[in-house]
Design a protein around this ligand. Sequence first.
Ligand code: PEP
Ligand code: MG
Length: 894
Amino acid sequence: MTKWVYSFGGGKAEGRADMKNLLGGKGANLAEMSNLGIPVPPGFTISTEVCTYYYANGETYPQTLKDEVMAALSQVEEDIGLKFGSTADPLLVSVRSGARASMPGMMDTILNLGLNDKSVEGLAKRSNDARFAYDSYRRFIQMYSNVVLGVDHHNFEEILDEVKEDKGVSLDTDLDAADLKKVVAKYKDKVAEQLGKPFPQDVHEQLWGAVGAVFGSWMNQRAITYRRLHDIPAEWGTAVNVQSMVFGNMGSDCSTGVCFTRNPSTGENEFYGEFLVNAQGEDVVAGIRTPQQLTLAGKNAQSSDLPAMEECMPEVFKELNAIRHKLEAHYKDMQDMEFTVQQNRLWMLQTRTGKRTTKAALKIAVDMAREGLITRKDAIKRIDPASLDQLLHPTLDPKAPRKILGRGLPASPGAASGKVVFSAEEAEDWVNNRKEKVILVRIETSPEDIGGMHVSEGILTTRGGMTSHAAVVARGMGTPCVAGAGEIRVDYAAKTIKVAGQVVKEGDIITLDGSTGEVFIGAVATIQPELTGDFGTLMEWVDTIRTLKVRANAETPLDAATARKFGAEGIGLCRTEHMFFDPKRIIAMREMILAETEKGRRAALAKLLPFQRQDFIELFEIMQGLPVTIRLLDPPLHEFLPNSEAEIAEVAKEAGVEPAVVKARNTALHENNPMLGHRGCRLGITYPEIYEMQARAIFEAAVHVSRETGRTVVPEIMIPLVGAKKELDLMKACIDKEAEAVFAEQKYSVKYMVGTMIELPRAALLAGEIAKTGEFFSFGTNDLTQTTFGMSRDDSGPFLEVYRAKGIYEHDPFASLDQAGVGELIRIAAERGRATRAGLKLGICGEHGGDPASIHFCQGAGLDYVSCSPYRVPIARLAAAQAALGGSSSSGTA
Ligand code: PEP
Ligand code: MG
């Protein structure tokens, strides 16, 4: 026969901490504390299976439930020496929800249950405080009527206000027992008037009403939404905890509070908490009275005048501190506890794993491993990789004053201040010539803005989402970005931004918080990230565990240096096209595109060669012999040509041609689907001279650095968008020829590899063939996702939202790898590729390379490395270590 009810209290319990699925988090921990001999007000938990039964059987209960509840209730009465419904010694209970995962504030709670016209007198006598008794009763009527009977709060608020007004007072505390008796009478009349029947006096009816309301609240809209946002399945159900009430508001020898076994904001191993004398739990949370500190150290740190518990309740404090040590040693993690002291007697009401800042999480994990409480592996598993982001960028000083201007999406983390400019050219001018710090404000950005974006401290756009150009580029550069701040109006002509009557002009200072999406007027002080200390220690441990290598996507010297600082073990993707947007180079690039003949193109490419060579020399030098994967030109050529009349005229002038020529070339290059058009190796097939120049620049740079430094430099040259072996054959032949020529000229040679990106489904399926030529594969999962789904990475944002809301795809497949579809292609390609070429080196360089769930997948698929933007390198290192340790990884799309 199924057991539905589990008792706890009096130093024993039927449940345990590891029964969370059955008893919910709260119930399981109450049981565990009881078993540990910690004082817990006696009570019982109605299991989550009852909730499941309730919904599966037309909102009815299992047959034996009533008897089990009655037996458990008698046990509580015996343990505490009070009687439910008694006039003399009434037992009052709280009825609370408790799901497997914490869902704060989402479901219903009822306190002081068991009060009626008779038992209230008993409570008055027992507490020797009629005011307290009637105040408890009126609170109970209000809560119960609202939660269980559906009578709106405002009915009760109005009555309370009336009584206060009649008496000529403004505070609840100015009402005495007689006044509160009046309030109770009026409350009951109101309930009868609203419902056509009296407020229930039968305490058992009250109890079952409350239990039903808690189960019912599992399906309220708030809870449903919360579950959807936090991936909590509806089948889990909630438990119901019925527990004897203890009172922290029965006099000056009573109190209530919350505490943590360690400081949750710094992680310091110090007892941390607050309490209020003569108060109920909700008073601490409501923040009406200033709470007192538990410890003297806390009191001094806060410069508080109020006595610490350590001073004013020393015995209770000693007991609480002992419980703190006991619980932390038992759970082996920082605990967040709630307690109540009733007439100098301490009762623990809750313990759970405490929430903490990322900084505290690192300190606690490292300290606990050093203390021997947990292993280093446990410490690694405890840190959420994504949370490290908070530590890697400057953040706003929490103490600094600030004035909000507006809000957008938190597109790229970190905080920055600077003077407002409205174009990329101005940004470069202000930074390079005036030595100013700027924030680039645009409606949206485009590839042409790269230079200005690079020099800006932060980027603010009013249009576009998390994968807009501004967001992706800013994340890559580690520049704070707030995107899609729709309430902010940008006027390029007037050079102003306006929000709700506030105007900011060009040159005014603003501050962005790219971690929250907030924009502030003026400069707000920031704090620099700390990469040593606990962070450094944990990262050292991480590197001893992981088997996946972590590289970075980087093309500028700054990106490469940042990547090294964050521990990258090479460059997994250098997108060479980003090197052509520099003002000095774009001219030659456009000349090449505008050229009519191969000869003309070669002449323009010859101008680009020295720039490219110098780029690669710098990259090889910074990477000091670590592998560098260089991808040859990928995007469609029209991306390098201007659009506006003014720019077209300018380019025509530079190139010495008529504007009509530029326009004609623009028209000729126009494509309906540029992402599926003339790009990737298709450029190299049609214009081999482009790839020849790039290959030459790479070899000349490699020879130079190898000769100068004596270090081995092994460039990995990567061909984009390959779909057929023949494409790769042709491109490899062209590269090999260039290598031979350079090595002969220089009388010096280096080793090199030629490989391919796998970013088309055809390439994945024919990987066995392609691996005959390709010496390594790198999965370009941005394009592979786009081509597998047949869904543009630039245009899918708006409808993907709808798809996710309708549950068609659980995650954005461009952010977290679609393991079922795209992942299957990766598995196939890895297997077929390695069947042809044993030990074929496999990596991933799409945005997914920095996503923890995708990294788990890469570990399972047998990849050698992941490559991600420099600022994600530490996140990837930690995620890779967690993947090596096994355990859960969220499952990706679909
Ligand atoms: C990819 O497609 O995943 C990739 C890394 O290349 P890009 O984003 O430059 O197209
Ligand atoms: Mg690509």
